[in-house]
Design a protein around this ligand. Structure first.
Ligand code: ASP
Length: 582
């Protein structure tokens, strides 16, 4: 070994020992006759000291060390006279008597500090330098511990990890596929898996009744802070289980991770149906760290001559506690905010419940103080509160109010990052109608089974069929979702037909699965968690990128290796591909 200890290891009790450390020069300072060099590795920073009086030639050499030089230094551990309580190694320093430059470094393009001067693009280009920074190092260490603890828990529960293929078949459902041309099969393509869904179901048919995998998935979607073209799932499937078995097994996984990684006991998770989540929180992934739930107001606002409310399918409001003093300007700003296309509301009506008990609204022309009082009571508003009301189509209004609720929660500081409120959302609709293509889409995926008593509705009212599906939501972030699956060929065929597949199309694309269902498929179900998202929440981060070693930017590019990139004529020819716009 080139080193006897790491740069994070030495303490006062090591004083007097001769050690050899290896690391990178974080910084160096000349102080009169002494030169100090901070040597950094993955484990920490240790101070090296060179003394002009003791060894002038060595000290002069040390003064030439540049930032990020790789150095091996030997010397005696000494107790520091000037201790640094902020560093774990701050009680000691190394009185260096020899050192060796293992490699030099150019001046790094940004400072390798917690608060760096490097912008995102530059740091991504030199991600290997960015990863030397403590913040990133900590994030990857957290990710590693999460993975290990997940594997420990799953192993203890009798799950086995099985790898599924990465070169699979493109299917039209779900997001867009990334495809890979096949050289040996001209004109044909593999697709990268959006998830191992069908393979894990086939593993159930094969009898591996408890499967899991930490697995890369690929989706060619537009990117946002919480999306990357390739991401990792904790993918799981079980046979011979009910929804209840799955919820409890994976609630226990989540509790295990909360305990081991965050040292928090969350207690039992809340549960809420999809309908209630939409009604009260305007979202299928409610952040339940705070209340401010949505109140329906149809019954108390209609019939007073205010056309906007009278014509609306839904009139509903939230109560922003303690906000009655909002100025005209603040309310105008809030109205503009909800009218932005991202929220999409047509307007905002407000009722101020003054601290003196007086009620004043932006629609006083139509509503008497008595009317306002009834509305305020319905919203359980108190003096000092501000009621914010929206109207329009039901789902649109719910979602817009849900977005406003989150914004108000943020502005009022109600979303404490140290508090974790996990929640299961259940009873999702099985299907979603798309106006543009005039057909139903599977809300989850086409393998999700309907709630048994709703199966007859598939023929009469598909939109009303509830799915045996569930999501795990933490603090407003969907971190996992799954379902009990269809395991019967006829029902699966029926599902494809409701989704607008002809029998031939269904057979062509998913025949392998439906055929497997004819060979003793057990009842089964499962779930998959967004591992990157989960790490981000546990790490208190904003973007999943910060928890990936080598993420891609907003245009799906890796600016470090500079990809995607073009390929040579020869390669294209081999693959039998002709570019339309070369
Ligand atoms: N495969 C699903 C997904 O990726 C999760 C599941 O149903 O298990 O969303």
């Amino acid at each position: 070994m080139l080193r006897t200890h790491t740069c994070g290891e030495l303490r006062q009790e090591h004083a007097g020992q001769v050690v050899r450390l290896c690391g990178w020069v974080q910084r160096s300072r000349d102080m009169g006759g002494l030169t100090f060099v901070d040597l950094r590795d993955r484990y920490g920073i240790t101070q090296l000291v060179f003394n002009m009086e003791g060894n002038a030639p060595l000290t002069l050499e040390a003064r030439k060390l540049g930032r990020e030089f790789v150095v091996a230094a030997s010397g005696k551990v000494a107790e520091r006279s000037n201790k640094n309580p902020k560093m774990p190694t701050g009680d000691v320093e190394i009185l260096v008597d020899s050192f060796e430059i293992l490699n030099e470094s150019k001046i790094p393009p940004f400072t390798i500090e917690d608060n760096t001067d490097g912008g995102e693009e530059l740091r991504m280009k030199y991600r290997y330098l960015d990863l030397r920074r403590n913040v990133n190092k900590k994030n990857l260490e957290l990710r590693h511990r999460m993975a290990i603890e997940t594997r420990n828990y799953m192993n203890d529960q009798g799950f086995i990890e099985i790898e599924t293929p990465v070169l699979i078949k493109s299917t039209p459902e779900g997001a867009r596929d990334f495809v890979v041309p096949s050289r040996m099969n001209a004109g044909q393509f593999y697709a990268l898996p959006q998830s191992p869904q069908t393979f894990k179901q086939l593993l159930m048919v094969a009898g591996f009744d408890r499967y899991f995998q930490l697995v890369k998935c690929f989706r060619d979607e537009d990117l946002r802070a919480d999306r990357q073209p390739e991401f990792t799932q904790i993918d799981c499937e079980m046979s011979f289980v009910t929804q209840e078995d799955i919820l409890s097994t994976f609630e226990n996984l989540a509790k295990h991770l909360f305990r081991k990684i965050k040292e928090v006991d969350t207690g039992d998770f809340h549960r809420m149906t999809y309908d209630r989540a939409m009604l009260e929180y305007g979202s299928d992934k409610p952040d339940i760290r705070f209340g401010m739930t949505i109140t329906e107001l149809n019954g108390v606002v209609k019939g007073k001559g205010f056309k906007v409310f009278d014509d609306a399918e839904l009139v509903a409001g939230i109560n922003a506690s303690g906000c009655s003093e909002y100025s005209r300007k603040q309310l105008d700003e809030l109205t503009d905010w909800v009218k932005r296309p991202q929220v999409g509301a047509s307007g905002l009506v407000s009722i101020r419940f003054g601290a003196d008990g007086t009620l004043k609204s932006s629609v006083d022309k139509f509503y008497t103080p008595e009317d306002l009082k009834i509305i305020a009571e319905k919203c359980t508003a108190q003096p000092g509160d501000l009621i914010l009301i929206m109207a329009g189509k039901k789902e649109k209004t719910q979602t817009a109010l849900g977005t406003l609720r989150l914004e108000m929660g943020k502005r009022l500081g109600l979303m404490d990052p140290a508090v974790f409120k996990p929640l299961w959302v259940t009873n999702f609709p099985l299907l979603e109608w798309d106006e543009e293509t005039k057909r139903f889409y599977a809300k989850h995926h086409p393998f999700t089974s309907p709630v048994p008593e709703d199966i007859p509705l598939l023929d009469t009212d598909p939109g009303a069929v509830r799915a045996n599906a569930y999501d795990l939501v933490i603090n407003g972030v969907e971190i996992g979702g799954g379902s009990i699956r269809i395991h019967n060929r006829d029902l699966q065929k029926k599902m494809f037909s409701v989704l607008g597949f002809t029998d031939e199309q269904a057979q062509e694309q998913f025949g392998f699965l439906m055929n497997a269902f004819e060979y003793g498929a057990p009842p089964h179900g499962g779930i998959a968690f967004g591992f990157d998202r989960w790490c981000t929440i546990f790490g208190g981060g904003e973007s999943i990128r910060d928890f990936m070693a080598f993420p891609k930017n907003n245009s799906g590019r890796d600016v470090m290796i500079d990809t995607p990139s073009s390929i040579s004529e020869v390669q294209l020819k081999e693959l039998n591909i002709k570019l339309v716009n070369p």
